[in-house]
Design a protein. Structure first.
Length: 135
C-alpha cells in the first residue's frame, strides 16, 4: 500500500499573531511567501525528489542528494524572498543582511550557509554543511 504525503506549510503562529507593525507584517508576508515557494517546489518535483520535503526526526541522516536538494530549495526560496524584500525596500527583514547580497552570489551563498547552519537541526547541519560549502 502506497503512503500518501501531503504538502504542509509550517510557520510559527506567533509570527502572525504578533504582526503589530509594518515591518512585522512584511516579515510575516515574506515567511508565508518563502513557505509557499517550497510548496511550489514540492508540486513540480518528481516523486523521488519529494523525499527531500518529508518531515524528519532531528537526528535523521541525510544523503548527499538530499543535502543538495535542501540547499537548492532553500537557495531558490531565500533568493526570491529577498527579491521581494528588496522591492519593498525592506532588505533587513531577512536574517543577517542576506537580502543586501542578492547581486553578489558568493556573499549571498556565504550568508545563507551560515544562516542555514544556525537554524537547522544539528544532524542535518553535520551531514550537509560540508556539501553545502562546496555548492
Amino acid at each position: 500500500k502506497r503512503k500518501l504525503f501531503l504538502p504542509t506549510i509550517m510557520i510559527d503562529p506567533k509570527l502572525l499573531m504578533e504582526s503589530n507593525s509594518e515591518d512585522a507584517v512584511a516579515e510575516a508576508q515574506l515567511v508565508l511567501y518563502h513557505e509557499f515557494l517550497h510548496y511550489l517546489q514540492w508540486k513540480r518535483a518528481s516523486e523521488p525528489e519529494r523525499v527531500g520535503f518529508r518531515f524528519r526526526s532531528p537526528d535523521a541522516r541525510l544523503s548527499v542528494r538530499e543535502c543538495k536538494q535542501v540547499w537548492q530549495n532553500e537557495h531558490e526560496a531565500y533568493f526570491k524572498e529577498c527579491q521581494v524584500a528588496v522591492s519593498w525596500k525592506k532588505p533587513n527583514i531577512v536574517f543577517s543582511g542576506l537580502c543586501h547580497q542578492v547581486n553578489s552570489p558568493k556573499a549571498f551563498n556565504d550568508i545563507l550557509l551560515e544562516g542555514l547552519s544556525n537554524n537547522y537541526a544539528r544532524q542535518l547541519v553535520k551531514d550537509c554543511r560540508p556539501i553545502w560549502s562546496k555548492l
